[in-house]
Design a binder for this molecule. Structure first.
Ligand code: GTP
Ligand code: MG
Length: 616
C-alpha cells in the first residue's frame, strides 16, 4: 500500500540559528508526492545549505549521468551529520529571519506514524503534499486523518508537481476541491492550498511567471505565519512519575520523585496529589539536574521533588496539584485508536496500555466503529482492528488508569498500546465511561456463572472445619519480617487443628526489581494467579496465608474480587502502600514474633475466622 519501512534518514545542516524561536513542522503525504524535494528546495532557497553543497551534488550526479534529485541533498547532509543524532525520521533544520525550524520528513513509513501517535515526534504545524498529477491517494487521507486526531490544526496543503500538469488551474482546483471535501469531514480546515513545483522551485519561496492565475502566498510565507502553540505553563499541573530515588544515607528516609512536567507549574509548598493512589503531600524541595535548587518549575522541565511527608507513591503514578482540575480515574475509556500492528487488535486479548508513565494491562472491550482512514468508510460490524484502521472503541483495564481527556490536556490524554513488547497502536482518550467496571469484575461475573458447584454448602464446611475460610495477606516493605510471621501463624494455627496453608508464592516475583518493565508486567500476572489460587483454596474451606510486599489499593481490590465470596484480611507491618483499601490490623515491628502472632490470632478470632476457643 505504498508504506515504506526502509526509509530511515537523519539530517542536520550546519546553519547557525538566527532567531531563538523554534517550531517543529511535519511534512506528510503519499509516497513520491515530493516531500523530500520540497525540503531540499526549502534548504537551498533559504541559503540553509553548507557552501557549495548544491553544486557539489549536481556535479556528482552529472559525472555519474544520474538525474539530480533534491532528495539527494538530504542524504548527503545525513552523511555529514556531526552530532550523531539518531532518530528514526529525518529532521532537517533551517532558519528564516522569523525563527528556527525543525522539519520532520515523513516518508510515509511506519516509524513516523508510530512517533506521531506516541508523541515522540511532536509537530505544531503540517504541510500536506499532494501530487497534482496523481491526485489524492490513501496516505493523503490517512495522514490528514492522523493530523486531525493528533490535534495538529495548522495545515497548509501543497499541491505539487504543477509542472507535470502544465501549471493548469483547473487541475489545481479539482484536487483542491476533492481534498477540501475530505478534510472537512474530519474537521481539518487548511490555512491554504498552494500550487507548487518543488522541483522547479515554484511556489516554495517565490512565484515566477508560471501561475499568474494564483494570487496567494508561497509555502515559505505560510510557514512563517504559522502561530506558536499556546504554552503548557497555564494548564493544570501534570507530572507522570518516572522514578523514585532513595537517599543513600542510612537515616535519610526522604525520597526524590522524578519526572518531566508535562503541563502547568509547581512551587515549593504546593499541595500535591498522586493518581490513582490519591496520596497527598506538600512539595518540600525542587531539585533540578545540573542547576541550582529551584522554588518553581514548569512544563517541559525534568525535575526531582521531595515531599514534606513520607508517602508511598510509585513510578507510573500521575502527579497533580490540589485545587486545580484533577485527572480522571477509570477502568474503561472511550478512545480513538489508530492501529499499526502487523497482527490485528483482538477483543479480549491482553495488551498493555501506556499513558503518562503508567503501563498496565488492557483489553479491547468493545468496538463502536471502525473507520478506514483512507476513504473514511465505516464498518460497524467488524470485530477486530486491522492495521491502519482507526477505531472508536472502549478499552478496559484491570487497574484504574489516571489520565486526562485529550481535549483538555493533549499529552496526558494520549496513549499507546503495546503488543508483545512492540508499540502497535495509539490514540487519544475522548470520553470517560460512567460507572466503569474493572476487567476483573466482568471476569468474576462470568466465572461465577460458569462455576459448577459441589453438593457441600460453604456453611456446612465451615461448621465441620471450625473456621471461616479467608485469604490473609501480610504486607509491608521488604525486610520487615512478613514471611517469618506468616510461617509462624501457619504453624500455630495448624497446631490448633486448623486447616491452613502458607502460600509461599515467591516474594522475589512480587517485589519491584530493577527491570521495571518486566516486573510490573509479571507482578500483575502473579497477583492475578495468587487471587485465583486462593479462591480455589478458600472455596475448599482453607485459611490461606501469604505475604506481598507493598500491596497497593489496586492490587488489594483485584485480590478481594478474585477471592469472592470469601474475601480477605489485610495485615500491615511498617510503611503502608495502601491508601483507601481498609487494613484489618496494623502490627508494630518492634513486637517479638510470638506477640505478633498472638495479636494476629486475636484479630482472626474477633473477626470470626476461628470458630472455637483456643489459647496460646
Ligand atoms: P517518499 O519519501 O518516497 O515518500 O517520497 P517523497 O514524497 O519524499 O518524494 P520525493 O521528494 O523523493 O520525490 C519523488 C519524485 O518526484 C522524485 O523523482 C522527484 O524529483 C519528483 N518530484 C518532486 N517534486 C516534483 C515536481 O515539482 N515536479 C516534478 N516534475 N517532479 C517532482
Ligand atoms: Mg522522501
Amino acid at each position: 500500500d505504498g508504506i515504506r519501512d526502509d526509509l530511515v534518514t537523519g539530517v542536520q545542516t550546519c546553519a547557525l540559528p538566527i532567531s531563538t524561536e523554534q517550531m517543529n513542522i511535519v511534512i506528510v503525504g503519499h509516497v513520491d508526492h515530493g516531500k523530500s524535494t520540497l525540503i531540499g528546495r526549502l534548504l537551498a532557497d533559504t541559503n540553509s545549505l553548507p557552501n557549495g553543497k548544491l553544486e557539489q551534488i549536481k556535479a556528482t550526479c552529472e559525472a555519474n549521468s544520474k538525474p539530480f534529485e533534491y532528495a539527494f541533498l538530504l542524504d548527503a547532509l545525513k552523511d555529514e551529520q556531526s552530532q550523531g543524532i539518531t532518530i528514526d525520521i529525518a529532521r532537517v533544520f533551517f532558519n528564516t529571519k522569523k525563527r528556527n525550524y525543525i522539519i520532520l520528513d515523513a516518508p510515509g513509513h511506519i516509524e513516523f506514524l508510530k512517533n506521531m501517535v506516541t508523541g515522540a515526534a511532536r509537530a505544531e504545524a503540517a504541510i500536506l503534499m499532494i501530487d497534482a498529477h496523481e491526485g489524492v491517494k490513501e496516505n493523503s487521507r490517512r495522514h490528514g486523518y492522523l493530523l486531525s486526531m493528533l490535534g495538529i490544526r495548522q495545515v497548509v496543503v501543497a499541491i505539487n508537481k504543477m509542472d507535470l500538469v502544465e501549471y493548469n488551474k483547473t487541475i489545481f482546483d479539482r484536487v483542491k476541491k476533492e481534498y477540501s471535501v475530505f478534510l472537512e469531514t474530519i474537521g481539518v480546515q487548511p490555512i491554504a492550498f498552494v500550487p507548487v513545483s518543488a522541483f522547479h522551485g515554484e511556489g516554495v519561496t517565490k512565484f515566477s511567471e508560471s501561475m499568474p492565475w494564483f494570487d496567494g502566498d508561497t509555502v515559505l510565507t505560510h510557514i512563517d505565519s504559522f502561530k506558536k502553540e499556546e504554552s503548557n505553563h497555564h494548564k493544570p499541573y501534570r507530572m507522570p512519575v518516572q522514578d523514585i530515588y532513595k537517599f543513600t544515607e542510612t537515616n535519610d528516609t526522604r525520597r526524590i520523585i522524578a519526572g518531566t512536567i508535562e503541563t502547568g507549574t509547581i512551587a515549593i509548598g504546593d499541595e500535591v496529589i498522586f493518581y490513582p493512589s490519591k496520596k497527598i503531600s506538600k512539595v518540600a524541595t525542587i531539585e533540578s539536574f545540573n542547576t541550582e535548587k529551584k522554588e518553581v518549575a514548569s512544563s517541559g522541565e525534568a525535575i526531582g521533588l521531595t515531599l514534606e511527608t513520607q508517602i508511598y507513591t510509585k513510578p507510573g503514578e500521575l502527579m497533580a496539584k490540589v485545587g486545580e482540575p484533577l485527572p480522571h480515574i477509570s477502568y474503561e475509556l472511550h478512545v480513538n485508536l489508530f492501529w499499526l500492528g502487523k497482527k490485528p487488535m483482538l477483543l479480549d486479548k491482553r495488551y498493555k496500555i501506556k499513558c503518562g508513565a503508567a503501563g498496565i494491562p488492557v483489553y479491547l472491550k468493545k468496538i463502536h466503529r471502525i473507520l478506514d482512514a483512507s476513504d473514511l468508510s465505516t464498518h460497524e460490524k467488524k470485530q477486530q482492528i486491522e492495521r491502519h484502521d482507526v477505531a472508536e472503541c472502549v478499552l478496559q483495564t484491570t487497574k484504574p488508569l489516571s489520565f486526562d481527556l485529550s481535549a483538555d490536556i493533549a499529552t496526558t490524554g494520549r496513549f499507546v498500546i503495546v503488543d508483545d513488547y512492540e508499540i502497535s497502536g495509539g490514540g487519544i482518550i475522548s470520553k470517560t465511561v460512567s460507572e466503569s467496571k474493572s476487567r476483573i469484575e466482568d471476569y468474576i461475573q462470568r466465572r461465577e456463572f460458569a462455576w459448577e458447584k459441589g453438593a457441600i454448602k460453604p456453611k456446612a464446611r465451615s461448621e465441620k472445619l471450625k473456621q471461616n475460610p479467608k485469604l490473609i495477606i501480610i504486607t509491608g516493605p521488604v525486610g520487615v519480617g512478613k514471611q517469618a510471621l506468616a510461617k509462624s501463624m501457619e504453624e500455630q494455627l495448624f497446631k490448633q487443628g486448623k486447616h491452613v496453608y502458607y502460600l509461599g508464592l515467591s516474594n522475589m516475583l512480587l517485589s519491584l526489581g530493577s527491570d521495571r518493565f518486566h516486573t510490573i508486567h509479571d507482578r500483575d500476572a502473579h497477583i492475578r494467579q495468587l487471587g485465583e489460587v486462593s479462591h480455589l483454596f478458600t472455596d475448599a474451606g482453607l485459611i490461606v496465608i501469604t505475604t506481598i510486599s507493598d500491596l497497593d489499593d489496586q492490587e488489594a481490590t483485584i485480590l478481594k474480587l478474585l477471592s469472592h465470596p470469601n474475601e480477605l484480611i489485610v495485615i500491615s507491618m511498617g510503611e503502608k502502600a495502601l491508601t483507601e483499601f481498609p487494613v484489618d490490623f496494623e502490627l508494630k515491628e518492634s513486637l517479638s514474633l510470638d506477640r505478633q502472632v498472638g495479636r494476629v490470632l486475636n484479630v482472626l478470632k474477633e473477626k470470626s475466622i476461628l470458630l472455637d476457643d483456643y489459647s496460646i
